[in-house]
Design a binder for this molecule. Structure first.
Ligand code: A2P
Length: 340
């Protein structure tokens, strides 16, 4: 079952990782077509000694393609995903374009792989911060029930794309002028104002909604309900950008359905999910950190504590590589699940 695969956004932060994961995991691909904008047509990407030439994305690019990974922004998915499906491809979309559409599955294979049975050609890959949180919480939810989640994120710049990594890198050299550093991209290309990310923390990711939440926060709140298939679970998020290159961290507070659960019970539950690793030993200063999660496939969980006043409440710290489990790896896992 050798497949023809395309990657739209192949020159981007996530697109490059999708290619790496396909090669590393020996995905049964007969060909991999690298697609981006006209600007990068003709440029070369080398993975494990093999050359891939980038082509411009046009509707005809998808002739003969079996699986198309999209990671070039929501508007590109809006323009080309249906063109790909029309030509017989299955689209795995890493943007927010279709995530909340009722007839499109939103999938984290460890949590809701069953949803893949009802796809109509497009499958959505959730938001990076949502993926690592639901993967870590899935077994706890199944075993003990979760009523409420309050999450604050500490997100890396690579989540905003390759240009945001560049922005952090340039600004980082300007230690002496840090209040008047020129900012052009973050917090969001389409925002009215831009602030430096180096030497700073920005409590805005994506644009604001009239509710006072940002779109990134609403993604976490809505997508969590959809992935858990639980409209009643209460979720509130605060999403924050930090001067970290790659690796999102999250402080997560949960309230369970019952009072008789111990930290040990929580740990044993978490350990049952493949790909989730506990790093939690205060006596040896062991806890997850993004610098060490970068390049790793796993979701790391630490700082697991009972709330001092709420008997059903627990706190924890969840870290993962936002470009891997948060994006490229999850997309490739969806494709692997599909061909099983
Ligand atoms: P290009 O490099 O040609 O601009 P990131 O998420 O790192 O910002 O990357 C965005 C990706 O989306 C890049 O691969 C970029 O390609 C791609 N992209 C941007 N605009 C288009 C377009 N009009 N058609 C296809 N791909 C696009």
């Amino acid at each position: 079952q050798d497949l023809n695969v395309a990657i739209v956004g192949a020159t981007g932060a996530v697109g490059g990782k999708i290619l790496e994961k396909l090669v590393e995991r020996q995905f049964p691909a007969k060909s991999i077509k690298m697609l981006a904008s006209k600007r990068s047509a003709g440029s070369k990407i080398i993975v494990e000694g093999k050359n891939y030439i980038v082509e411009e994305t046009v509707p005809e690019s998808f002739e003969g393609i079996d699986i198309a990974f999209f990671s070039a922004g929501g508007s590109i998915s809006q323009t080309f995903a249906h063109e790909a499906v029309k030509r017989g491809a299955i689209v795995i979309d890493n943007t927010s374009a279709f995530r909340m559409d009722a007839d499109i599955p939103l999938v984290v294979p460890e949590v809701n792989a069953d949803e893949l049975n009802r796809h109509n050609g497009i499958i959505a890959n959730p938001n990076c911060s949502t993926i690592q949180m639901v993967t870590a919480l899935k077994a706890i939810k199944e075993k003990f029930g979760i009523n409420r989640i309050i999450v604050s994120t500490y997100q890396a710049v690579s989540g905003a794309g390759a240009e945001a990594i560049e922005e952090l890198s340039e600004q980082s050299l300007q230690m002496d002028s840090r209040t008047d550093i020129k900012a052009v991209l973050l917090p969001s290309a389409s925002a009215e104002k831009h602030y430096p990310i180096a030497f700073n923390v920005i409590p805005q990711i994506d644009l604001f909604d009239e509710s006072g939440y940002t779109l990134e926060e609403l993604k976490m709140m809505n997508e969590t309900k959809k992935i858990f298939a639980d409209e009643k679970i209460a979720v509130a998020a605060t999403c924050v950008r930090l001067p970290v290159v790659t690796g999102h961290s999250e402080s997560v507070y949960i309230e369970l359905n019952r009072e008789d659960v111990s930290v040990e019970d929580i740990r044993s539950a978490i350990k049952t999910t493949p790909g989730v690793v506990i790093q939690d030993d205060p006596s040896s200063q062991l806890y997850p950190m993004p610098l060490y999660a970068e390049g790793k496939d796993e979701v790391f969980v630490g700082r697991i504590r009972k709330d001092p006043t709420q008997p059903t409440g627990f706190h924890m710290w969840i870290v993962s590589d936002n470009l891997l489990k948060g994006a490229a790896l999850n997309s490739v896992q969806i494709a692997e699940e599909l061909i099983k």
